[in-house]
Write a protein of this length. Structure first.
Lengths: 114, 111
């Protein structure tokens, strides 16, 4: 266990559905991240929150909407997704954005869009 | 653009032998590097890191070597075990910027 918990672990949703992914960390970290991992591609950074403030939106389509109510929780709200959005979505945290410290990852949510 | 890449997408090693996984990076401003291990169905797990003021760092059964002259990073795993089977990827961080990840090398341990 890395201290970063993601739920659900698996999610199948239709293109017209609305769902949310949840990430929680109690490591005392100040930065939280959403990454997308597709087959045979490097991890793609989607969003960064540092001290609850969004500091990065890496040209992510608006059908993905992040929310960070506090330093310990991060959500990714999904709506009207496309089949190509099927991937492993990973949450990570570290002590602070830009600091040279390792990021701790959750187990990921395997998302399938049908 | 800058990129982090791996020389080999797959590597098969006999159980008990040593493994060497390589990574090339191109951003000379990177001053921090991490190796991650990702097992099937799990998130990436931190293995070891190294800062640019070092050229070698050792952990438990793992050693990371950094050659800044040729922008090369390697992960050595001693006496590989079945549990070492996973995808390994490196990440680099230019000072004050975001981590950039490579695509990964799949390590398979042959019994």
């Amino acid at each position: 266990e890395t201290g970063v918990t993601q739920t659900p672990r698996h999610l199948v949703m239709g293109m017209t559905n609305k769902k949310s992914l949840k990430c929680e960390q109690h490591l005392g970290h100040n930065a939280m991240y959403w990454y997308k991992q597709s087959a045979k591609k490097p991890l793609e950074l989607m969003f960064v929150y540092n001290f609850k403030e969004q500091t990065e939106n890496n040209s992510v389509p608006s059908r993905f909407s992040p929310e960070c109510p506090n330093s310990s929780h991060l959500f990714l709200h999904l709506h009207t997704l496309q089949p190509e959005d099927s991937a492993l979505y990973l949450c990570a945290s570290n002590r602070g954005e830009g600091l040279s410290t390792e990021a701790f990852f959750g187990q990921g949510t395997r998302l399938t869009v049908v | 653009g800058e990129s982090v890449g791996l020389h080999l997408p797959t590597l098969s090693v006999q159980e008990g032998d040593n493994s060497i996984i390589n990574c090339a990076y191109s951003n000379s401003a990177s001053d921090y590097f991490i190796w991650y291990k990702q097992e099937s169905g799990k998130g990436p797990q931190f293995i070891i890191d190294i800062r640019s003021n070092m050229d070698k760092r050792q952990g438990q059964r793992v050693t990371v070597l950094l050659n800044k002259t040729v922008k090369h990073l390697s992960l050595q795993i001693a006496a590989t075990q079945p549990g070492d089977s996973a995808v390994y990827f490196c990440a680099e961080r230019p000072l004050g910027e975001k981590l950039t990840f490579g695509t990964g090398t799949r390590l398979t341990i042959i019994p």
